[in-house]
Design a protein around this ligand. Sequence first.
Ligand SMILES: C[S@@+](CC[C@H](N)C(=O)[O-])C[C@H]1O[C@@H](n2cnc3c(N)ncnc32)[C@H](O)[C@@H]1O
Length: 402
Amino acid sequence: MYKVLRTVRGIDIEHCADTPPKSSSGSEPYKMDKRDIEDMPPITEHGTTVELREAFYNPHTTPDRDLTIAVLAAFDRTVDPIESYLDTFAATGIRGLRAASELKLAVTLNDRDPDATYLIRQNIALNSLESSCVVTNEDANVLLHQRRFDVVDIDPFGSPAPFLAAASRSAIRLLCITATDTAPLCGAHLNAGIRKYASVPMNNEYHAEIGVRVLMGAIARALAVQEKAMVPLLAYARRHYVRVYAKVLKSVSSADKSMQELGFIAHCRHCSFRTWAAGLAPVIHESCPVCGSRVVATGPLWLGRLHDPAFLGSVLSELIDRESDKKSIKLVEMCRDEIDAPTFYDQHKICRALKIPPVRIDAVVDKLRDFGFAASRTHFSGTSFKTDADIRVIAEILSKGR
Ligand SMILES: C[S@@+](CC[C@H](N)C(=O)[O-])C[C@H]1O[C@@H](n2cnc3c(N)ncnc32)[C@H](O)[C@@H]1O
């Protein structure tokens, strides 16, 4: 068996790879240039240290990993105990290693790249996590079709679409899915969105939410094929990615209910009126009831809740107790407080049309509430709000009392 003994910062590393690293000839022991180790300093996140070498590592997504740890901790404590966690696209292993170290979970770390799995083994040793971590060197779809895991975490380059079917088959309790293909999801690359997600996205003022809902629609459909239902816990768009945490329920009737949450949003580009219709073949009226212009439809997408506020309360406690990144705390607070409505309104756009100056977004929310409507800020945009009032009422309220 291929075997290399190395010393990394005083720790002996035994490499028993099923597949030797790419750069090795296969017959000769792998000789790593010492500079490989010394050029890139190791990084530490919440007590877990990893060497990086050439594996993918993004320091800007540390808050996102903090959030993964808090979600897993909250799920394990308040929903279902987690017996196995698969970090399907592990790269350096940082996410899975943190789960093993901070939550004591049994973790499988997978990467298709043999250099990455070689590095992951070293990083496991560096953190003395051999007893709770297993490394696999498989294509994600092969592994996911072969094995079942309580939690499946999908964090690929670009679109998760090619992995949704296998991930939905493998996941027993929880799916964690990242998408960085925001242009296809949000309608900027229309045909790519249609190809990947079998949904027509739309590039408008609330395209970030449409992207989240298009992805959730695709996840719900992939789970339904397996007679499983998607129960959203947290779904958000941040920077250039979307992340969805969804509880998985194995039940035919729940899967049917989940499918009923799919539908279409009809939007008027002229006056910003929007409405929605559940179902995969709903009747959508072509003209806008407010201004008579033609409305355009986007979907099928998820029309149901994005978050479970009670669960997010537990996630917040975990984030605070673990002294997590403040950005994650703020994000979860915003998501917890968002009202359940399929779109949001951009105050600046409305004010431009009304030819009035915008005001503080909290003042808009308060005003809508004073008039008896449900309203909240939204994590999607600092200048936007969610409400159950329609565009005519919003315009009237925004114009009043200035
Ligand atoms: C975006 S990185 C993962 C980042 C990591 N989860 C983190 O938090 O730092 C994607 C990784 O997936 C691996 N990968 C790409 N395609 C794959 C596939 N089909 N199966 C398994 N791994 C794959 C790449 O080698 C790369 O290391």
